[in-house]
Design a protein. Structure first.
Length: 379
């Protein structure tokens, strides 16, 4: 089978947009990055027609899309539908995300993700279990009746995935540093979120295996004059990763700029926290018995409480440039290279380089998606 050559457009190679190059794909992986005039004669060609080629976006927090909520339908078919909806917006890798629910539902979700990866469902990289081990004081839209303590049964449930990555969001003050270390030691990626913990609580958690913060600033103890809180811990720890929902409503643009100044872009990553409304015309759905409606681009319940987002990754990349003032290459890194590193997938995902998976997105000059490839296959 001949190689696929993608050419005739700028490309993000490393941290730089370059011209005059071609990407050769053989099977599921990038074989080479070469000069465009050196493309083999027998290669199949894809003409970018001036679109920019970038690493495919990786979203570590996807509750739903295309009218499907993962909690309501923890199945392989639901995962495929969610992935297909987000692929239209450049997401080539994602974690189906469960918000707080009964452990039986979590177990179903874990089994579904395992089966989806085994079946080769495009884009699925693992699972994000966001709760139920949270602090009810920072529950947000999560159902307080579902929030529980993390015990041995919970540990067994959230460590059951055999394939892919497991990301767990928990409130560190509602468990112990020893439990966090136990999760870390078996390969679970642990993030702090929906937490009312003090700076000292979060600092201890970081020292025992927490490596990220779920939707920084939202549903966590804030930075104040005498108590730095979870936000203070996140912004002053040099190694942890911080997810940001960059829609202009979850976090004010000035607050985003403060995070950028304190943290630098190198440890910030874009997430959507997307709900079923992404990728479909119907902009309302039911969550935990509540009607959720998209109002001014944001998902809210009847009381105005934020309930995830109607954001997609292509829009998040555009918003990061407009609201945070970062460059196009930096915004692309926040959508691909950084989440890949957070998920410990940097050896296979998140960059355009020989040997890595051919998960790619082509973007028109306005930032809209022209084409995607997952493991070398176009949609």
């Amino acid at each position: 089978m001949s190689a696929l050559a993608i050419l005739n457009g700028p490309m993000l190679i490393g941290d730089t947009i370059v011209e005059g190059k071609a990407v050769l794909i053989e099977g599921e992986r990038i074989a080479a990055v070469i000069d465009a005039d050196a493309v083999p004669a027998d290669a199949t060609r894809h003409d970018l027609a001036g679109a920019t080629l970038a690493p495919g976006f990786i979203d570590s927090q996807v509750n739903g899309g295309g009218g499907v909520l993962f909690n309501d339908s923890p199945t392989v078919e639901a995962i495929a539908a969610i992935g297909a909806a987000h692929r239209r917006y450049g997401t080539t890798g994602f974690l189906p995300t469960l918000i707080s629910d009964d452990l039986d539902v979590v177990r179903e979700g874990v089994r579904a993700v395992d089966a989806a990866i085994a079946a080769g469902v495009p884009g699925v990289l693992g699972i994000h279990i966001e709760g139920p081990f949270l602090n009810v004081e920072r529950k947000g839209i999560h159902d307080p009746a579902k929030i529980i303590a993390l015990d041995d049964e919970g540990f067994a449930t959230i460590t059951g995935l055999k394939r892919g990555r497991t990301l767990v969001t928990l409130a560190p003050e509602r468990t112990t540093p020893a439990m966090i270390a136990r999760l870390h030691d078996v390969g679970v990626i642990v993030a702090a979120g929906h937490t009312d913990g003090s700076y000292d609580d979060i600092r201890a958690a970081l020292d025992h295996g927490v490596t990220g913060f779920t939707h920084l600033f939202n549903a966590m103890s804030p930075l104040t004059s005498r108590e730095p809180g979870a936000v203070g811990a996140a912004l002053t720890d040099p190694g942890c990763w911080c997810g940001l929902i960059v829609d202009g409503r979850h976090v004010h643009p000035v607050t985003l700029q403060i995070a950028l100044a304190a943290k630098s872009a190198e440890r910030l990553m874009l997430v959507t926290d997307a709900m079923p409304s992404v990728g479909q015309a119907e902009k309302s759905f039911v969550l935990n018995g509540q009607r959720i409606t998209v109002v001014d681009g944001v998902c809210v319940n009847a009381d105005g409480t934020l309930a995830g987002s109607d954001l997609d990754m292509a829009a998040a990349v555009k918003n990061a440039q407009a609201m945070m003032g970062v460059s196009f290459p930096t915004a692309l890194a926040m959508a691909a290279r950084h989440p890949a590193a957070f998920l410990r997938l940097e050896a296979s995902h998140g960059r355009i380089a020989p040997g890595l998976r051919a998960d790619l997105v082509a973007l028109h000059p306005d930032g809209d998606v022209a084409a995607t490839w997952i493991a070398g296959s176009a949609a």
